[in-house]
Design a protein around this ligand. Sequence first.
Ligand code: GTP
Length: 885
Amino acid sequence: MGDKVKIQEIAAEAGMSNSELLNKAKELGFNVKVAGSSVTLDQAAMLMDYAMTGRWPAGLPKPGEKAEAPKEEKAEAKAPQEAKSPEAAERVESTESEVTPEKSEPAKSEEAKEAKEAAAKEEPAPEAPAPKKPATVRKGITAVAKKSEEEQETPQPRRAPLRKRGITIVKKAKPAPSREKKISLTDVSPSASSRKKKKKVPAEAKSTGEKLEILGERDLGGSVELFEEQEVVLLDFSDKTIFEEQQRQEERRRAEAKRRAAQGIGGMPQRNFPNRPGGRGGRRGGKKRRYYKQQESTEKVSVVRIPEDVRVYEFAEKVGRSVGEVVKVLFSLGTMVTKNDFLDKDSIEILAEEFDVQVETINPLDALDYVAAYDAEPNTVEEPRPPVITVMGHVDHGKTSLLDYIRSTKVAEKEAGGITQHVGAYQVEKDGKKITFIDTPGHAAFTEMRARGAQATDIAVIVVAADDGVMPQTKESISHAQAAGVPIIIAITKIDKPTANIDNVKSQLAEAGILPVEWGGDYETVGVSAVTGEGIDDLLETILLQAEMMELTADPTRRAKAIVIESSVEKGFGPVANVIIKNGTLHVGDNVIVGTTFGRVRTLILDDGSRAKEIGPSTPAGVVGLHEVPSAGEVMVAMENEKEARELAEKRKEYARAKELSKSTKVSIDELGALIAEGKIKKLPLVVKADVQGSLEAIKSALAELKNEEVQVEVIHGGVGGITESDVLLADASENAIILGFNVRPTGAVKKKAQDLGVEIKTYSIIYDLIDDVKALLSGLMSPVITEEVTGQAEVRETFTVAKVGTIAGCMVTEGVIERNAGARLIRNGVVVYTSKISSLKRFTEDAKEVRAGFECGIMLENFNDIKVGDVIETFKEVEEQATL
Ligand SMILES: Nc1nc2c(ncn2[C@@H]2O[C@H](COP(=O)(O)OP(=O)(O)OP(=O)(O)O)[C@@H](O)[C@H]2O)c(=O)[nH]1
C-alpha cells in the first residue's frame, strides 16, 4: 500500500551498484526484475541487511529451510562495531534500558512476527526486548530468546514502566509526498537514546546483558538511535532533577548534532518540523540505512508528549520551533512570556494548533508522586480502623465545647494527670472502640482548612445550635463535607437551653437538603449538650454505627501513609507535623517524605503527651524529625530509606521552586498596562509569621481578600515560627514592608535589629485584630477622597472689558466669602459654563484677599472672559478625606 522502495534507492543507500543489489534481492527470492522494481519496506530492510552483512535475514526462510534463529556468533561478529564511538557506547547503554518489544512491533513484517513467536516458544512469556528496526529486531529477538532460554531470563518489562520515568515523545514526521514511509535518521532527536540511563531501573536492568546481544547484531553506524515509532524518552526523573537533566539533554543533542554534521550523516539534525518532510535529505555515503514502516504514517500530524509544566524554551524545542516564534504567538494573544516561563494548558493548546502539532500533556510530577506510588501497591491485609471525625459548623454553635466535652470525658476515664499535648486531633474510646476527632479551628477564616480537614476525614459531624438553627456557615460546612464525599451526622447542640427548638433546626436542615432520618431522610441527627453531657454518648454511638457501615479498613503491616492536619515549629523539637495515620504503621526511625520535605521520625507524640514507638491507622500524633515544616493537607509516606526520601523531596522542592519562580515572571498584556501606569500602584509588602501553618494560611487568605484596585497586600514572605533576623532583613530590603506576627514574638536581638533598621514589627494574638490593622494601614495608603465644598457665591451685575487684560465682572457677593485664588465656576441659567479659578479679586481698585457676602467686588476668572450680566460665580475649595476599605 505504497510502502514500497525501489531497488535503485536501496542500492544507492547501500553504496552498491543497482545490478549487485538486484542480484541480492533475487537471492532472497524477492520478485524483482529491474532496478526500478520495488520491494516492501520489510523486504528493503532485509535486503539492506543482507547486502551489507551477507547474513541471511532472520525469519526469511532460506530455500528449503525453515525460519531459524540466527547464530549466536553473529552477535559477537558485530560487537566491535558497537564501540565505534563513545556516543555509540552510550547509546548502547541507554538503549538497554529503554528498548521494549512494543516499539519494534509496528515495524515487523509477518515473517518477523513469526520469527519472534518461534523464538518466543522457547521460553514462556518472553517479552523480549527488541531494537528499532525490523532486520535487527528479528535477530535481536532471537538472540535474546536463545540467551533467555539458557539463563531463564525473566520477562522483559513492557513500555509502561518507562513512561513513569520520563517524558515520551512520539514524533510522527510529516510524510514527504513520495516517501512517506521513510523517516530521515535525523528526524529523531539524536540525543534521545542517550538520555536514558539504565541505572535505577532494576526491572529493566535485568535484561541488560541480553539486550546488548541484540545490539551486537546491529550496525550502529549512524542508525542505532533510530527508534521504531520514533520514540524518544526524555527527562529521567529517577536519576537527576529534571532541570539538570534537561540541560544535559540539550548538551547531548548539540554534541550529537555536531558529530552528525561532521560525519555528514543525514544533514543537520532536524527536529520535528511539522512542515518539513521527514525525507532522506542526507547523503548516504555507503552508510547503511534502515527501512521500516512507520506505523501511523498516514497521520500528518506530529504527536508530542510534553509535561504539563513545560517551559517556553522546552516547548519550542519539542515542537521544533524557535523560542521567538512561541513568544510571538502568545504575545499576539495577549500573554507576555519569557523563555523560562511555564506554559499553562490553554497556551499549550493554542500553540499546538498554531504549529499544527498534536500535543499530549503528561504530568512530570507523576514521576515524583510518591502518594500515587504508595496507593498503587495493594494492601495485603485489611483490618478495621477507627473513624476520623471532623466537627464543623457555624461560629459559636458549640464546636469547641463539644470537642472539649468529649475530650475531657476521655481524659477522665484515663485518669491522666499530664498536660495534654496539642497534636491537632485526639482519640476517644467508646464501648472499646476508638474514634479520632480532628480539632478543627472553629472560625470563618479557617474555611480553607476545614475543607482540607474533610479530606482527612471519614465522617463530618456538623453542629447546629438548637437555639440558632441553620446559619450560613452551617450550609458551608455541609457543602464542604458533601464535596469531599464524607457522610454527615448532625449534632444539634445546646439542647439544654430553654430557647432550644430542635424541630425548628430539623425543618431548616430539611430545607437545606439535609432530611433527618426520622423524617424519612438519610441524615442522623443527635441532640447534644456540652453543658449537661446529654446526648454525647448517643452521638458517639451514631458515629460508630456509621463507621461500621463504612467498613473502614487499613493495612497496619504496610509502610505508613499519613495526612498532615497541621504543623508548627516547637521549642526543643523543631518542625512538628501533626498527622493522622491513614494506612500502615509509622515507627520511630522511619524515613518519611512529606511534600517537599523529609526526615527521620525521631519522636512520636501522642495526644495525651506520651511517646509512642509506633502508631497504627487512624492514630493522631505529632511527628518530630522533619527538616522543614510541611503544609497542612500534605501526605506523609514512609520510604525505604533516607536517600530515597531525601532525593524525592529535593526533586519535588526544586520543581516547586522553579515553577513558582516562573509564575512570578508571567505578565499578561492587560496587567502590563496596569503595571506601566503603576507609578501609582501601591503595595503593602508584609512578612507574616505565625505559630502554626493553619493560622498562617488563614491569615494569608484573609489578607488576599483585602485589596482593591488601588492598594495591594503583598505577603513577601509567610512562614511558621518566630520572627527572625532574616525576616527583619527581608522586610528592610523591601520598601515600606512591615512584619506581622501571629502568636509569635521577636526576641530582644531581633527587636533591636528591627529598631536599628527602622522595620516595624506588630504582633497579634487574634487574627481579626491583625486583619483590622492591615485594613487601617491600607486605608492610609489609599488616595484621599477629594470632595468640594462651596465657599461663596457672587452675582454678576456689570461687566467691563479692559484691553489686554480681559473681562472684569462687577459682582455682589451673595453668599459666603469669595477668596482670591479659590476655585470658581461660572454658572449661567443654572448650568455650569466654565470651571477655573478666581485670578483677580478687587475691592474698588484695591486687590482684596477675600470679600464677604453683602459687599461688591471685581472678579476676573482665569482664562475666561465670556462673562455676562446675570451670571453667577460660585467659589469652592477641595477637601481631602482619608479613604477607607
Ligand atoms: N448552654 C449551652 N451552651 C453551649 C453549649 N455548647 C456551647 N455553648 C456555648 O456557646 C458558646 C460558643 O461555644 P463554642 O464551643 O465556643 O462554639 P464554637 O462553635 O466552637 O465557636 P467558634 O470556635 O468561635 O467557632 C460558648 O459560650 C459556649 O459556652 C451547650 O451545649 N449548651
